[in-house]
Design a protein around this ligand. Structure first.
Ligand SMILES: Nc1ncnc2c1ncn2[C@@H]1O[C@H](COP(=O)(O)OP(=O)(O)OP(=O)(O)O)[C@@H](O)[C@H]1O
Ligand SMILES: [Mg+2]
Length: 253
């Protein structure tokens, strides 16, 4: 136990097929902060998030070493409580993944598994989660409609709300705006800026400008190497590494 709030990643390495997918990456994010992670395709961004959420465990081919702490407690050990970790560390995927159910049942899914079945309580949680995801106004009178009736941008905000139903302490988002129009993107960004008050957020984005708009600190990953990790303004105004400068100015390649 280190006694620190939030998520600490220490010298995390991931190998597969004799290849390094991540090389000794150390990062930290605390409640109240958004950590942006940028980097070109294949840098290991998704692999990192999957490891933090203990999804990488499902992949027998991955060799993981290093340490990850949630509120000071290790989450990588064999004896760690994976179900509890997944409840505390929520993950939103790049493509909206609503279940083929109503909006209501999508939102109630996680809490019901956790034993919360009272409709009144579920409704109260839904209102709060949907408001946080900037979706309440658009769906509060149609909760029994299929989630599939929603637009792509609405579906992605529903997936955010579904994750918030579990009141996570850490929110991981993997390119959550990749398929969205600028208005839906702005809604998600606004939601994150408010949500950070209650949790630590890790935002993987392939949109460098998005990191500069919303992240408090930013990490630049390149082929599994953490090239630079600094307060966002510092990284974007005075990058220390030439590769960071090339990437954020679009000269990469
Ligand atoms: N289970 C696995 N076994 C072997 N290689 C893997 C595995 N998972 C990911 N990789 C490799 O790890 C590297 C990083 O992949 P990852 O999906 O993490 O990149 P990314 O930064 O998220 O890219 P993108 O921006 O395209 O989403 C890639 O070269 C990928 O092929
Ligand atoms: Mg990815």
């Amino acid at each position: 136990m280190t006694g620190q709030k939030g998520l600490q990643i220490e010298e995390l390495s991931i190998r597969a097929d004799g290849r390094d997918l991540l090389r000794s990456v150390s990062l930290e994010v605390r409640p109240g902060e958004i950590l942006g992670i940028i980097g070109p395709a294949g840098s290991g961004k998704t692999t990192l998030l999957r490891c933090l959420n203990r999804l990488a465990d499902l992949d027998e081919g991955l060799r993981i070493s290093g340490r990850v702490f949630l509120n000071g407690a290790s989450i990588l050990g064999r004896d760690a409580d994976v179900v509890g970790i997944r409840r505390k560390i929520g993950l939103v995927f790049p493509v909206p993944t609503p279940l083929p159910l109503s909006i209501f049942d999508n939102l109630a899914f996680g809490p019901r598994i956790g034993g919360i079945t009272a409709v009144e309580e579920l409704r109260r949680m839904m209102e709060s989660s949907l408001k946080s995801a900037y979706l309440w106004e658009e769906v509060n009178d149609r909760l029994n409609e299929p989630a599939a009736n929603l637009s792509g941008g609405q579906q992605q905000r529903l997936c955010l709300a579904r994750t918030l139903m579990l009141e996570p302490e850490i929110l991981l988002l993997d390119e959550p705006c990749s398929g969205l129009d600028p208005i839906s993107t702005a809604q998600i960004e606004e939601a994150l800026k408010v949500l950070r008050k209650d949790m630590a957020i890790v935002l993987v984005t392939n949109n460098v400008k998005q990191a500069s708009r919303v992240a408090d600190k930013t990490a630049f990953l390149l082929l599994g190497e953490l090239v630079e990790f600094a307060p966002t303004r510092e990284l974007f105004t005075t990058p220390r590494d030439k590769r960071t400068e090339d990437y954020i100015t679009g000269r990469f390649g």
